[in-house]
Design a protein. Structure first.
Length: 443
């Protein structure tokens, strides 16, 4: 057959082949014109290597003792009005610390440290006092109060992040102990929670966007804390859901040792500095149960820490928790202002970085492996019988000897998670004793 005749007989096949090659070339050209895809914080999905969540188990005798050391903080720092100091012996509190206290109460009840009568008495007193707290002009609780007189300390602005933690605790209380629902509803009737969300009038969108009305000096204004607080703040009203699930403008990811994690961008006197935070993701796991995003971010942060822990050639440690100063209440309580507060407020995040007791216990509860066990052992000697757990270790390895409500609440929450699972759970309501028989649990 001549070449010409062969080409004519194969023309249909050649047409298909040429068309395929032309289409493939067009696809390649179009893809090259598209922008490079970069993973954003809203697109994080769970890794295939994410470990199974640990099963609940009874506490050991030693763990039961740790829980009672943590609860002693609240025994020592409960005010006559039923609320507790945020720091040991310092008569101030915050929305965040009140949420910590309610979670500590719930955890202590689950661990059989408290009897039902004592638990109900403490919850009733705390909710009543919350209903008596003076509100700011927007109809919201302020960020900080004198723990005894309930006088607002500093600026009257509220704290959206602190309110988010308090609402998480109240929501847990509603589910586990509905006998207190009426008192919680009374709070919601008093507080104008919608004031936490503002309309963005500058938007030209057909559906108005919304944004958070964060206090200008909010110490936890970062992506992780926004994500944590959004779980309950989105329930305020229909507008709140749009606001709190809309990532902050300019949210970026940073590469640490080849692992992409959110750049938390903590505020400092010099602007936002790159930083890494684990606590809000760990709190989500302990209290509400991990979602894919918070679980994956926590998993990535743990991998970064594990890698640096096992390197033969040491790298600078990656800090994921930071010492937080008390409010500047020198004008209200001139004789009680802690000396270290001003230095903490003026320091960069890296200067206030700590190996914290609260994070160590949370890692120990959520990811039970050799690394989390080593971290927990590192802070084990920071318990002070009769007082509670100290905050952690500073960058220079000295002990940060502050004993505060948040540290001891998260120790209790972590141990309760080991025994019975997350704090807010539809299928975790167990009536079986969470401690071993040798632990001497209170019936």
């Amino acid at each position: 057959m001549r070449t010409r005749d062969a080409l004519l007989s194969a023309r249909s096949y050649l047409t298909i082949l040429i068309g395929f090659l032309l289409g493939f070339a067009i696809v390649v050209w179009v893809e090259k014109q598209m922008p490079t895809r970069v993973e954003s914080s809203t697109g994080i999905t769970l890794s295939k290597e994410f470990p199974p969540l640990p099963a609940s188990r009874e506490l050991t005798l030693e763990e039961a003792i740790w829980a009672r050391v943590a609860w002693q903080y609240y025994v020592n720092n409960t005010q006559p009005n039923g609320l507790t100091n945020a720091h040991d012996g310092e008569p101030w509190l915050s929305l965040w610390s009140i949420g910590s206290y309610l979670f500590a109460l719930t955890a202590a009840k689950q661990l059989a440290i408290l009897t039902t009568d004592e638990f109900n008495e403490r919850i009733t007193a705390a909710l009543f006092t919350l209903s008596q707290m003076p509100l700011n002009p927007e109809g919201l609780p302020a960020a900080y109060y004198h723990a005894d007189t309930l006088k607002i300390l500093g600026k009257p602005e509220s704290s959206a992040i602190g309110m988010g933690r308090l609402l998480n605790a109240l929501q847990t209380l509603l589910w586990r102990y509905p006998q207190h629902a009426a008192a919680v509803r009374d709070l919601f009737n008093q507080w104008q929670l919608g004031a936490l969300i503002e309309n963005n009038t500058a938007s030209q969108a057909a559906v108005p966007l919304h944004h958070w009305a964060l206090a200008t000096d909010e110490p936890r204004n970062s992506f992780g804390y926004r994500l944590y607080a959004s779980h309950t703040l989105r329930l305020i009203d229909s507008a709140a859901g749009l606001a709190v699930t809309n990532p902050p403008s300019g949210q970026q990811m940073i590469d640490i040792d080849g692992i992409m994690v959110p750049d938390e961008g903590l505020r400092t006197p010099w602007g936002r500095q790159p930083s890494l935070i684990s606590l809000p993701y760990l709190l989500t796991g302990l209290e509400l149960g991990f979602d894919a995003q918070s679980a994956e971010i926590a998993w990535r942060i743990m991998q970064i820490q594990q890698r640096r822990h096992s390197l033969r050639v040491s790298k600078p440690p990656v800090s994921t928790d930071y010492a937080e100063p008390a409010p500047d209440y020198v004008n209200d309580l001139p004789d009680r202002q802690p000396l270290q507060n001003r230095a903490l407020r003026d320091a960069t995040p890296e200067q206030t970085a700590i190996t914290s007791t609260r994070s160590a216990f949370a890692w120990y509860a959520l990811f039970r492996n050799s690394w989390s066990e080593a971290l927990r052992q590192q802070v084990q000697h920071l318990q002070v019988p009769g007082k509670g757990w100290q905050r952690g270790f500073n960058l220079n390895s000295s002990v940060n000897d502050v004993i505060d409500a948040d540290t001891n609440a998260i120790v209790l929450e972590s141990l309760a998670y080991i025994a019975q699972g997350q704090m807010l759970c539809l299928a975790c309501l167990s009536t079986s004793p969470p401690l071993t028989s040798s632990a001497g649990a209170t019936p």
